[in-house]
Ligand binder design. Structure first.
Ligand SMILES: O=C(O)CCC(=O)C(=O)O
Length: 270
C-alpha cells in the first residue's frame, strides 16, 4: 500500500491527535467538488439545519454509503484512504460523510466535542476511528475554521451531553483541559486537509464573515470495529479505494438516486 503520509506526519498525529496536510487536493480538484456540490439537488434536498446556542444555522447533508459521486471518490482516493489506514493502523471502512455548509453571516458554531462522543452513543466499541476534514473554501477564524485541542485525544473519551441543541463534551472537563492543552485554529486553504483522531476535541466558531465556509468531512472506522447495535451509521460501508486521478475523471458526478441521506440531527436515543 502506498503511504501518503510521512513518518513525521504520522508522529505528529500520534502526539497531537491531528495532522494538517496542505494541498491534499489541488485547486482545480476542489473546484470540481464545489461545482458538483453547488448544483447537486439531492445533496441540497437532504440538508438539514444544525442550530448553535445563538441560533446560527449550519446546513448539513450526511450519508453512510460511499458511491461513485465525486465526494465519495475524493474520500475513496488513495491519498485519503491510505493515509487513514496509516493513522488507524488497520483496514478501514466508512462510518459517515457530510458536507457542512457554513454560509456567510449565518453559519453556526460547533461546541467542543469528540467524534467518538457521538459514535460511542451509536455503539462503536473502540476509539479506532479517524476523520478527514477537507476545506472546500479558504477558512480562518473569521469564517469559522476548525480548531483542535492539541493532545486531547490522550484524555480518553469524555462524557457528552446536550447543551441547547448541541451534543458536546462535558464543559467542566473541557475547561480544565484548556488550562493544560493548547488550542490550534486550523486556518486552511481550499484543498487543505486535517486528519484527526476520534477522541481529539474540536470546535469551530460561527461564520461572522461575508465568505462561505464549506467542508467535506468523512469519519472512517476500523473494519474490526463496526457498531454492535443497529442504528444510524451501523452496518458495513466498505471503502473501495480508487486512484487519485479518478477525481478529475469524476467531474460532474452528483449524488445518485439511491444514495440514502441521514436526514436528521444526532439522536443518541435512536
Ligand atoms: O464543520 C465544522 O466546523 C465542524 C464539524 C464537526 O466537528 C462535525 O461535524 O463533527
Amino acid at each position: 500500500m502506498p503511504e501518503p503520509l510521512t513518518a513525521q506526519q504520522v508522529s505528529d498525529y500520534e502526539t497531537q491527535g491531528f495532522v494538517t496536510v496542505p494541498g491534499l487536493f489541488a485547486k482545480d480538484e476542489v473546484k470540481l467538488i464545489l461545482d458538483a456540490a453547488l448544483t447537486d439537488e439531492r445533496l441540497a434536498a437532504a440538508a438539514y439545519s444544525r442550530t448553535d446556542r445563538d441560533g446560527n444555522e449550519t446546513r448539513m447533508s450526511v450519508w453512510d454509503e460511499m458511491g461513485d459521486d465525486i465526494y465519495s471518490i475524493a474520500m475513496r482516493s488513495h491519498r485519503v484512504a491510505n493515509a487513514v489506514e496509516q493513522l488507524i493502523g488497520e483496514e478501514i471502512c466508512h462510518y459517515n460523510s457530510k458536507l457542512n455548509a457554513k454560509e456567510p453571516k449565518v453559519g453556526g458554531s460547533w461546541e467542543w466535542h469528540q467524534d467518538y462522543g457521538y459514535a460511542y452513543g451509536y455503539g462503536v466499541l473502540a476509539p479506532k476511528m479517524a476523520t478527514c476534514f477537507i476545506s472546500l473554501d479558504p477558512s480562518n477564524r473569521e469564517n469559522g475554521c476548525i480548531e483542535m485541542m492539541a493532545g486531547s485525544h490522550r484524555l480518553g473519551r469524555i462524557d457528552h451531553d446536550f447543551v441547547g441543541r448541541q451534543y458536546c463534551a462535558d464543559q467542566a472537563r473541557v475547561a480544565a483541559a484548556e488550562t493544560k492543552l493548547s488550542v490550534v485554529p486550523c486556518e486552511l486553504d481550499a484543498g487543505d486537509a486535517v486528519f484527526f483522531h476520534c477522541n481529539t476535541l474540536h470546535r469551530s466558531s460561527a461564520n461572522r464573515s461575508d465568505r462561505r465556509r464549506w467542508a467535506l468531512i468523512t469519519v472512517f472506522n476500523a473494519l474490526s470495529n463496526l457498531p454492535y447495535k443497529d442504528g444510524p451509521h451501523a452496518g458495513l460501508h466498505p471503502v473501495d479505494k480508487v486512484d487519485d486521478d479518478m477525481l478529475r475523471a469524476s467531474a460532474g458526478r452528483l449524488s445518485a438516486t439511491e444514495k440514502v441521506f441521514q436526514g436528521q440531527a444526532f439522536n443518541p436515543a435512536a
